[in-house]
Write a protein that binds this ligand. Structure first.
Ligand SMILES: N[C@@H](CCC(=O)N[C@@H](CS)C(=O)NCC(=O)O)C(=O)O
Length: 223
């Protein structure tokens, strides 16, 4: 398999797709492409990018199978590994909630995503949040708290074990850290557990080793 991803420092959807592929335990080649560099528009029109409309992540499984979009990559790999790699919790009610949370992340939280772009290499001081960003953070804390309370058990993650729900929220965790967004007490150990996960440590190491800088994603969020 081959996974095409953007900058590890900035590309939050790439992180989700990469975590999904890493979870599969299957061998894959990683192709890193710097987003928005001088060659970006040529590259995104090329064959490798065409199926996704020019966005990353893109998973190629051989020459004929292509899966783009983070959620589709999770589901494809869950099926390819016969549901054996723990993408979704086994318990039916937990699974329903985990899928709903992943879908809500995928389609929602636009204000947080727009105003606080992922930047894994930085930590900025806490600043006032726009009301719409605050509303996103409140909603995220609500669903995290509910998942942890109902299904977290003794585990460190939303549904106890590391799952696709954690993969989908991992770039939210890094944003909360980057922008020093105040957290309710229960969320602190959860965020620590996410960034300490071995796959996250591997990704963060990769982000730190990159020397690409995209100015529009640098600097504290406008409040
Ligand atoms: N819904 C897609 C989002 C993919 C996406 O927007 N990726 C960004 C990088 S984080 C991208 O490729 N942006 C380049 C562009 O829009 O030109 C997914 O879940 O994978």
């Amino acid at each position: 398999m081959k996974l095409v991803i953007g900058n590890k420092a900035y590309s939050s959807w790439s992180l989700r797709g990469w975590l999904a592929v890493r979870q599969s335990g299957l061998a894959f080649e990683e192709v890193n492409v710097p987003l928005y560099d001088e060659d970006w528009s040529n590259r995104r029109e090329g064959d490798e990018f065409a199926p996704s409309g020019g966005k990353v992540p893109i998973l190629w499984d051989g020459a004929d199978i292509v899966v783009w979009d983070s959620l589709a990559i999770i589901d494809y790999l869950n099926e390819k590994t016969d549901g054996a790699r723990g993408y979704w919790p086994e318990d039916w009610a937990a699974r329903a909630m985990a899928r709903s949370m992943a879908a809500e992340m995928h389609s929602g939280f636009a204000a947080l995503r727009r105003h606080h772009s992922m930047n894994i290499r930085r930590i900025y001081p806490s600043a006032d949040l726009l009301p719409e960003v605050q509303a996103d953070v409140v909603r995220i804390m609500q669903i995290w708290a509910e998942a942890r309370a109902r299904f977290g058990g003794e585990g460190d993650y939303l549904f106890g074990e590391w799952s696709a729900a954690d993969m989908m929220f991992a770039p939210v965790v890094t944003r909360l850290i980057t922008y020093s967004i105040p957290l309710p007490r229960f969320a602190v150990p959860y965020c620590q557990a996410v960034v300490s996960h071995p796959h996250m440590q591997e990704w963060i190491g990769g982000a730190q080793a990159e020397d690409w800088v995209i100015e529009q994603f640098e600097g504290p969020a406008e409040g």
